[in-house]
Each structure stands twice: as C-alpha cells, then as structure tokens.
Design a protein around this ligand. Structure first.
Ligand SMILES: O=C(O)C[C@@H](Cc1ccccc1)C(=O)SCC(=O)c1ccccc1
Ligand SMILES: [Zn+2]
Length: 173
C-alpha cells in the first residue's frame, strides 16, 4: 500500500525517532508499505519519519539501473559503528524535499549494525551510493535533512520554495 510522504517543512521530520523494541507484524507491514512507497516515488531509500511514523526504521534499495537485481533492505535501529576517513560527495535529493538536489559530502564507506525483518542482528560495510543513502536515511531518524548541511541562505531559499509548493498543492486539492 502506498503511504503519503511528508513534505518539508514539517515538525515530524525534525523529531528524533524512537527505537523499535519488539518486532511485530504491523512493523513488518509498515516496512513493506515503505518499500512499495519508495519504489513508486521512485526513490532509493525511505525513513519511517517521512511517512509520519516516529520509529527507527529505514528501507533502501540503491541498486540503480534496469539490469541491477533489486536488493530491498529493511533496517530496524540502524547504527553506524565505523566510518572511513575518506569522504565522497554526492548530488543528493530527498523525497520530502521534491525536485531539490545539492552536493553533500559524507564518509565514503560506513559499517552499519541493525536488526532485520527476522529480528536478527546484521552488520555490513557499505560504500558508494549505498553508503551515501544509508547515512541519509539514518539522518532522517535523527530529525536531520540533507539541507541542514547547506548554508543558511540556501536552506532558507529551499524552505521557502517548499512552503509555496505545499500551498499550491493544497489549492489543487
Ligand atoms: O528522501 C529519501 O530518503 C529518499 C532519497 C534517498 C537518497 C537519494 C540520493 C542520495 C542520498 C539519499 C531518494 O531516493 S531521492 C530520489 C533519488 O535520488 C533517486 C530516484 C530514482 C533513482 C535514483 C535516485
Ligand atoms: Zn530524504
């Protein structure tokens, strides 16, 4: 089922999400609905706060290109346990800030620990677009958006643009 994605500015996008204590079928269904919503957007990641749920759950599939086999991942309580000194810069976007892209520099490789859909602890090191995306999604769980890495002026201009977009969408109904 497709879920509505919150658009910045929205206080729910700035809140710190709460940990998932026990897995449940409703959380598994939420993860599935978030993957459906992500593929449909289209996007390569989605965090629960973006669909209004303040829980520490993210989904991602950064396998780009038609020939790449999809690799949908759902992560509960993801934590970066190590990150490289080397950084990489990527022209990031965000489904909560439509049609805005900006360069963000982050550690090039990160090791992430999380609980998977079966409740098992996982740990994996990501690089390339996967590393960029998983860090972008974990930021969402801290109430952080990629525009928070930009200058105050740029962030202000983007926020004003989003306020207008939301107003126009509200008018269209
Ligand atoms: O808002 C989100 O978390 C989703 C976001 C994830 C992301 C994209 C790029 C760099 C870091 C994190 C998106 O998926 S925006 C859409 C997008 O970038 C994209 C869409 C279709 C194909 C490839 C990328
Ligand atoms: Zn985002």
């Amino acid at each position: 089922m497709k879920l509505p994605i919150l658009i910045h500015p929205d206080p729910r996008l700035k809140k710190v999400a709460t940990p998932v204590d026990d897995l449940s079928d409703s959380l598994r269904t939420l993860a599935d609905n978030m993957l459906t919503t992500m593929y449909e957007a289209p996007g390569i990641g989605l965090a629960a706060p973006q669909v209004g749920i303040g829980k520490r759950l993210i989904v991602l599939d950064c396998e780009k290109g038609d020939d790449a086999a999809p690799r949908p991942l759902a992560m509960f309580n993801p934590v970066v346990v190590a990150s490289s000194d080397e950084t990489s810069t990527y022209d990031e976007g965000c489904l909560s800030i439509p049609d805005v892209y900006a360069d963000v520099t982050r550690p090039e490789a990160v090791t992430v620990r999380w609980m998977d859909l079966n409740g098992a602890e996982q740990e994996e090191t990501f690089d390339g677009l996967w590393a960029t995306c998983v860090q972008h999604e974990i930021d969402h769980l801290e109430g952080k958006l990629f525009i928070d890495y930009l200058s105050g002026l740029k962030r202000q201009l983007i926020t004003r643009k989003m306020v207008k977009l939301k107003r126009d969408r509200a008018r269209e109904g």
